[in-house]
Design a protein around this ligand. Sequence first.
Ligand code: AN7
Length: 381
Amino acid sequence: MNHTSRYTGLIEKYRDRLPVKKETRLISLGEGATPLIRLQNIPRTLGKQVELYVKYEGLNPTGSFKDRGMTMAVTKAVEDDSRAIICASTGNTSAAAAAYAARAGIACFVVIPDGKIAQGKLAQAMIHGAVVIQIQGNFDAGMALVKQVADEAPVTIVNSINPYRLQGQKTAAFEIIEDLGVAPDFHCLPVGNAGNITAHWIGYCEYSSASGKNVTAACTFCQGQCAFANGAVSKSRPKMVGYQAAGAAPFLRGAMVDNPETVATAIRIGHPQSWDQAWKVKEESGGWFAECTDDEILTAQKLLAEKEGVFCEPASATSLAGALRDIKTGRIPEASRVVCTLTGHGLKDPDTAIKQSTGPLHKVRAELGAVKKVIFDNMPR
Ligand code: AN7
């Protein structure tokens, strides 16, 4: 990145690696450049030596990793003169689509499952002025409808079957390599449609094949600051590990799941759109798929919030839940460098967070004595 200029989003930063022209109007909200936070307190309690990081994608403009894909998809939709975008969504895609459509000045239609999207995500689609179509069916039914309606109406699909989505999302892998100086040994992600795990693998592969060549010339914009300019960086790629919620785990069943159920509504998906690609990622990277129960997911969410100060939504905690288990059992060996993507912000789903918080709420009179008592009763010893 050119450090003399302001950060203006991932397309500008990685424009040499993305399908944009000089004159393309970029639809951006400053997405990307999210922090890679090294966990300090949780690893100490594991009794295992690992270097464990979370990539906090909840800090994107609409609170999830979808912004990386949406900036690309909407930029291309506008370049192609589309006047409306559409998506099916468990919530985060619709939030991002609504925001980027607003930014672009085009219409947005979102098809969401009845009653099964987190409150914050619904609020986002509504406040950005999307036309919200709530169906009596789940995400998979919505996705099927969106594909059909796009054949009959002038709307651009911005689900991850739109290849520009994965192009934008691959940049998260670039950032991780820039931050660490090398690829991690393991990269753990929650898996729904499997678009994001596929996009990360594209990013890691592009990077590892570029790093041997004269990459400084290939990457002019960053002036030697981005991952591609650093030819000394290792050519290694991580093992990609995909974790699914047990009630919505088609990759563990080896077949589509018709009635997916999980507290992690973002990944309540039984018919993943990137089915073939995700199996290829697993094979090529030497990784695996595993499943986590709702209990494990919520426990990890809370652990992260209480022990590290990082608040992610339940679906996102699936990556950490799985990684912690695989570190404990040794499937992820000691001395590994591990990155878990936290796909969405905890504020997306306040209801679930409040429901599982056991910390007492003290209702007292507005008097010094009453407040003081609570403090002294609860001081750490
Ligand atoms: C927080 O918003 O599919 O495996 O419609 O919101 O790339 O599908 C959301 C997916 C993980 C899974 N974590 O990513 C949608 C939608 C969060 C998510 C995933 C989603 P993919």
